[in-house]
Design a protein around this ligand. Structure first.
Ligand SMILES: Nc1ncnc2c1ncn2[C@@H]1O[C@H](COP(=O)(O)OP(=O)(O)O)[C@@H](O)[C@H]1O
Ligand SMILES: [Mg+2]
Length: 442
């Protein structure tokens, strides 16, 4: 069969890499893709929001399955439009993707269905928001309603910072119409984790747990980024917590969306804050995380195309998902200056040597080919991903490969996975896991 993957980041390279392993697939296209993806897929110069162009392409090439990486395509309604044209596509409809597209919708939804989340208030008026901020006192979190490429959330440790965030979002319109509404939210304590599951609207099939590293610098310092690394599993999500997340978050969310007339199919990603036995939802994403996709897909032993098909055909309960018991870790290599200004077009050295390191795959995020050589072409450039019999070995292999790679200004965090090592007894090799989907009940 022929598969089209939409997107151009490390997540999409990992998807293409995994889909490429399927014996059912003989041709992969990626729009627009990157230089690393080119080795396994034919890259097509179409933007992820050019839905009409993508539909025309899928029809012309008789694509059997389209897999969507980024949220922008989903909130633009790509799934609905493909389905109207009789094309098979994996992802939630535009109505369902509102769980990522509008933080205000999601907060009100969480409240309605009694799903645990931080206390909040919604504002369309700056002065009222500031008055509320004065009443609450710091710390507080201020969030733009709509999509803001990971920049629309400002965790504020002082009242002044929170008020400045209100001005940034609503007066300066730093995120455009995404800031027509904003949320002022209680600041939660704890450790973050990502809980990502497949769902066909009837059953939910969770992937292993994972944890992202959002901050730019070691020790979780500096500005937030798209993600500087990730590992799986996340020991903070014990088996007990995972069960609690299924019961208190995932099942009521899929049930609730059905009741709202927005049946949810695809991938549901809950961003969680975990504090002891307390689990709160920070946000939902309606697609794979980046970089979580890299370590998660490396652990998935089952054919991912079978899972995509089962979601589309609403028979996810037929899938037995096999997971490699070994932990994985992904270290993101970025252009110096990211997430602020950075330079592109720097020749990347050492990629081959890095790929020769055992148990390592180098996923490309922002790369291009210039004069026959790989060059940087974005903030996040590579996701060096390794598997190991324990997390420490995975971390060692990943950093060994990272050590071979460099370009002018390249940078990376040196502590990816370190947080998990304190609970290392839980993440050494266990039995092979085989997961089955859970019915959502009524
Ligand atoms: N209520 C909260 N309390 C503490 N930290 C928060 C809260 N909400 C968000 N954050 C922090 O801000 C980051 C980004 O927020 P999130 O809601 O995930 O938005 P997005 O990913 O769309 O930017 C989170 O990963 C978390 O670190
Ligand atoms: Mg987030």
């Amino acid at each position: 069969m022929k598969v089209l993957v939409i997107g151009s980041g490390g997540r999409e390279h990992a998807l293409v890499w995994k889909i490429h392993q399927s014996p059912r697939v003989n041709k992969i296209y990626c729009a627009p893709g990157n230089a690393g993806i080119k080795r396994m897929a034919e890259c097509v110069e179409l933007s992820v929001t050019d839905v009409d162009g993508l539909v025309r392409f899928a029809k012309k090439e008789e694509i059997d399955l389209t897999v969507v990486g980024p949220e922008l395509s989903l909130t633009a309604g790509i799934v609905d439009i493909f389905e109207q044209q009789g094309l098979r596509i994996f992802g939630p409809s535009q109505d369902a993707a509102i769980l990522e597209g509008s933080k205000v919708y999601t907060k009100e939804f969480l409240e309605k269905y009694k799903i645990p989340s931080a206390k909040f208030k919604v504002f369309n008026d700056r002065e009222k928001a500031k008055k509320y901020i004065d009443e609450c006192g710091a710390p507080l979190v201020v969030k733009a309603d709509g999509l803001a490429a990971g920049k629309g959330v400002i965790v504020s440790s002082t009242v002044q910072e929170a008020k400045d965030a209100v001005d940034l979002i609503m007066r300066d319109k730093a995120f455009g119409d995404a800031g027509n509404l904003l949320i002022v939210e209680e600041c939660l304590k704890g450790e973050e984790a990502s809980f990502i599951a497949f769902t066909d609207g009837k059953t939910i099939l969770p992937l292993p747990t994972s944890q992202d590293h959002k901050a730019a610098f070691d020790g979780d310092l500096g500005p937030n980024t798209g993600g500087m690394g990730a590992y799986s599993p996340a020991p903070v999500v014990t088996e007990k917590i995972a069960e609690q997340v299924m019961q208190q978050v995932m099942l009521p969310t899929i049930q609730g969306m059905a009741k709202e007339g927005r049946p949810y199919k695809g991938m549901l990603y809950a961003g969680l804050m975990i504090d002891g036995d307390n689990v709160n939802v920070l946000e939902f994403n309606c697609r794979f995380g980046d970089p979580e996709a890299q370590p998660l897909l490396m652990r998935l032993k089952s054919d991912v195309v079978d899972i995509f098909d089962a979601v589309i055909d609403e028979c996810l309960d037929q899938i037995k998902m096999k997971i490699d018991p070994r932990p994985t870790v992904c270290v993101v290599m970025a252009s110096g200056g990211y997430p602020g200004n950075y330079e592109s077009g720097k020749v990347i050295k050492g990629l081959e040597k890095a790929s020769d390191v055992e148990d390592v795959v180098v996923f490309h995020a922002g790369t291009t080919i210039e004069n026959g050589e790989f060059a940087s072409a974005g903030g996040r450039v590579l996701g060096v991903t390794a598997v190991g019999t324990d997390l420490e070995k995975a971390i060692t292999s990943a950093y060994k490969a990272v050590g071979h790679i460099a370009w002018t200004g390249s940078s990376f965090r040196t502590d990816i996975g370190a947080k998990a090592l304190k609970n290392v007894h839980e993440i050494t090799m266990g039995k092979e896991v085989e997961n089955k989907a859970k019915p959502i009940g009524s």
